[in-house]
Write a protein that binds this ligand. Structure first.
Ligand SMILES: CC(C)(COP(=O)(O)OP(=O)(O)OC[C@H]1O[C@@H](n2cnc3c(N)ncnc32)[C@H](O)[C@@H]1OP(=O)(O)O)[C@@H](O)C(=O)NCCC(=O)NCCS
Length: 177
């Protein structure tokens, strides 16, 4: 039987869970993220507490955690960029290998997208490394498409990443004032 998957916004006291998931994702899928495992391990544990507390109540940035049978098994970030464009992004998506292909990734992206839409987003953006064919196919299957923006990754000179976008379905858009 498939395990039941649920997603909840991070709580203020979940710094340790956040650190555990973030380091697990960087250890298992280092190719997928801008940050390195070393960066995360060197960071003060209290910085994860601070981030969790902020993400639990901020209107601009948050994280959602995937649970399988009550155990943390995945993560996604959702935020609005600070520039004038104020675009809405999902990022740092990771699902533990043992529970992949069960739509946990889809649940995380959709939950994060709904939260961004509830904060006013009309489009949801995601950067994906060109070499990460699994993530590219995953996002395409969810209705994301290329924006035309394509750039070198900060970490590796020869690696490129593509900016994808998905429009928020009209039913999920906030009502006009
Ligand atoms: C991308 C990722 C989050 C998908 O999580 P998931 O829970 O397996 O996603 P879902 O079950 O919702 O959807 C899976 C779909 O994604 C695609 N996909 C997932 N794994 C794939 C693989 N190994 N090869 C090809 N396509 C794959 C397929 O379309 C797949 O559909 P299927 O299960 O019917 O074959 C997960 O593979 C992961 O954490 N990868 C490592 C980290 C990463 O790359 N993050 C993205 C950074 S941009």
């Amino acid at each position: 039987m498939s395990p039941s998957l649920t997603v909840r916004r991070i709580a203020a006291d979940q710094g340790a869970v956040f650190r555990e998931l973030r380091t697990a994702s960087l250890r298992e899928a280092p190719y997928a993220f801008g940050e390195t495992l070393e960066d995360a391990l060197l960071a003060d544990a209290t910085s994860f507490d601070t981030t969790a507390a902020h993400h639990a109540c901020s209107d601009d940035t948050t994280s959602f955690i995937l649970y399988t049978e009550g155990h943390p098994a995945g993560l996604i970030g959702a935020c609005f960029e600070e520039s004038a464009l104020h675009r809405a992004f999902v990022s740092e998506l990771w699902v533990a290998p043992a529970v992949r292909h069960l739509r946990g990734g889809e649940l995380l992206v959709n939950t994060a997208s709904e939260w961004l839409a509830s904060q006013g987003a009309r489009e949801i953006y995601a950067w994906v490394a060109d070499s990460n064919r699994t993530a590219m196919r995953f996002y395409e299957r969810l209705g994301f498409g290329p924006t035309g923006e394509h750039t070198r990754t900060a970490r590796t000179a020869d690696a490129w990443e593509t900016l994808l976008v998905r429009h928020v379905p009209p039913a999920a858009e906030p009502a006009a004032p």
